[in-house]
Design a protein around this ligand. Structure first.
Ligand SMILES: *Cc1c(COP(=O)(O)O)cnc(C)c1O
Length: 221
């Protein structure tokens, strides 16, 4: 199966659902991104700042670049001129830096709050209490250039379908709660980013709006 075949097959599976495909291109050379673009992909996910900043000028301007990996505060400036969505916001301090850099470039940057849903200590993210503290802070309320658009989570690396569903439901529940309490009138707050190559079908059934798929499109890394 070619990259184009894989993308078309997944796009077909998404027909009639509320989910969009983020093609996760980390570690892959620019030629493969161009192949994905030619096959219709317009949303690309990278997990490292330098790699994304190097690839961005090589692709057409209508690509939406999503940062999906851990982001250090001192690196926000490298992607602030072009990044469409930062999916991995895990602290108020990071969000404050995004606000500052977005203001400097007179643009809005879409952000998702990353939640800790996996039963593995290695995976980072906020708890619901931490997210609420962030949303209630005067610092967040004063922000003009950050657009909070939803939540993101990485499930446990397991084949246990019940556990995966439980984790996806947990994230969907956080989204519903935050939507009702803080964003009821805000149409922009609408994304639930969950599901990867091995579990995106389950994630879609549990209400994903953004699936992040790498190896099922490009092969093993
Ligand atoms: C690499 C990565 C993915 C894609 O993983 P695949 O298993 O290759 O689909 C999704 N989300 C995040 C956060 C990643 O780092």
């Amino acid at each position: 199966m070619s990259i184009a075949d894989n993308i078309h097959r997944i796009q077909q599976e998404l027909t009639g659902t509320s989910a969009k495909l983020v093609a996760v291109t980390k570690t892959h050379p620019i030629e493969l991104l161009q192949e994905a673009y030619a096959a219709g992909s317009r949303i690309f996910g990278e997990n490292r700042v330098q790699e994304m900043a190097a690839k961005q000028p090589e692709l057409p301007a209508d690509v939406e670049w999503h940062l999906i990996g851990h982001l250090q505060t001192n690196k926000v400036k490298y992607i602030a001129p072009f990044v469409h969505t930062i999916q991995s916001i895990d602290s108020l301090k990071l969000l404050q830096e995004v606000e500052k850099q977005a203001a400097r470039h007179e643009r809005e940057i879409r952000c998702l709050l990353q939640f800790h849903i996996a039963k593995e200590d290695t995976k980072t993210g906020l708890s619901l209490a931490e997210a609420e503290e962030l949303l209630q802070s005067p610092e967040f309320r004063a922000m003009q250039h950050v657009r909070l658009a939803g939540v993101m989570g990485i499930a446990t690396n397991t084949t246990d379908e019940h556990q995966l569903r439980r984790e996806f439901r947990e994230l969907r529940g956080y989204f519903d709660k935050l939507k009702a309490l803080y964003f009821a009138d805000d149409e922009a707050f609408r994304e639930v980013s969950m599901g990867m190559s091995s579990d995106y079908r389950l994630a879609i059934q549990e209400g994903s709006t953004l699936i992040r798929v790498g190896s099922a499109i490009f092969g093993a890394r």
